[in-house]
Design a protein around this ligand. Sequence first.
Ligand code: UD1
Length: 359
Amino acid sequence: MKKILSIIGARPQFIKAAAVSREIGRRKGLTEVIIHTGQHFDHNMSQVFFEQMQIPEPVYNLGIHSLPHGAMTGRMLERAEEVMLKEDPDWVMVYGDTNSTLAGALAAKKIGLPVAHVEAGLRSFNMTMPEEINRILTDRIADLLFCPTQTALDNLEREGFDHFDKRVLLTGDVMYDAYLHFSDLRKAPTGLKLPDKFGLVTLHRAENTDQPETLKQIVEALNEIAEELPLVLPIHPRTFKVINHSKLPAMSNKILVIEPMSYLEVLYLLEKCFLVLTDSGGLQKEAYFAERPCITLRTETEWTELAEAGYNQVAGTRKEAIIKAFRGFVRKKPEFTSGLYGIGNAAKMIADAFLQPEL
Ligand code: UD1
């Protein structure tokens, strides 16, 4: 029996783990122990995902959150090491690009444990993003890299990964697996009166929320768009804090600002919305799965295939550019074809990989 110790801590990782942990749970030769670092801790940023998506309860919750990057990563590193020494797993598995990802991977390698990275090879080529640093370092030390796209595989090749002693596998995207599994279970948010036609907005990236001028441009663009298309904004706690404490232009009353939603509620909002405006990585793909156009409120994306196909306009953060992208999609909605993120068997491929005798 192979023991996998998985480390998760932030919202997008719960969604990915829902797909992968279910598959691991089905395999006779695999057992999983989950560590929750505590990075996300509000009920609707964390617990609700475990409840609705039947993710196995974490055996350990490290309770580490609301700290500067160094302190957060450092404490996670220390506590994760203690758990790893106690559990002595065959593999440590980390997801994505958060501080929890890097801390988990580094803790494991420091004590000689092999690391598997789900969502390997993504790059924004923007070294000011904490997520980009987390990705690059995690990929470099991981032993088994699960790539969601051909672009991710190409990125690793360009960085010389075929010269390193690693296994790199193209699996497709576990978020597509999650979407296929859960989309029939989507759930209307309770007590909300949604406009008939609306745009779905999310905003949480530090490079947007922590730069007053950038945030001002985005809010002004959203206010103007809301005059033509009402918007619904499930607000991330980081953004909520910033908006409440800054001298930004007020948000239009045509923007319905609501609590962070569960995954099943987001799936419902996606199904009902006309388009998506976001700086999230995951939501860009979910918009594509639901065949909704997406405007990315960043200057670059890791999901370049969406932009190349015309499903996603990477608008940047200037007011005029965001509004122009919006007008473009109002004039012409893209024709969607599927297949960019695999066929929905990424989690199966990941579970199978752990069972290969040579690993
Ligand atoms: C983190 C990840 C990012 C991911 C995002 C998904 C890093 C560097 N960033 O960003 O890659 O896309 O999660 O949401 O790891 N907070 C709460 N309640 C919560 C969670 C957070 O109040 O349940 C507060 C924190 O205390 C902090 C702020 O929100 O003040 C930001 O949280 P943090 O964990 O630093 O990063 P995210 O912006 O969520």
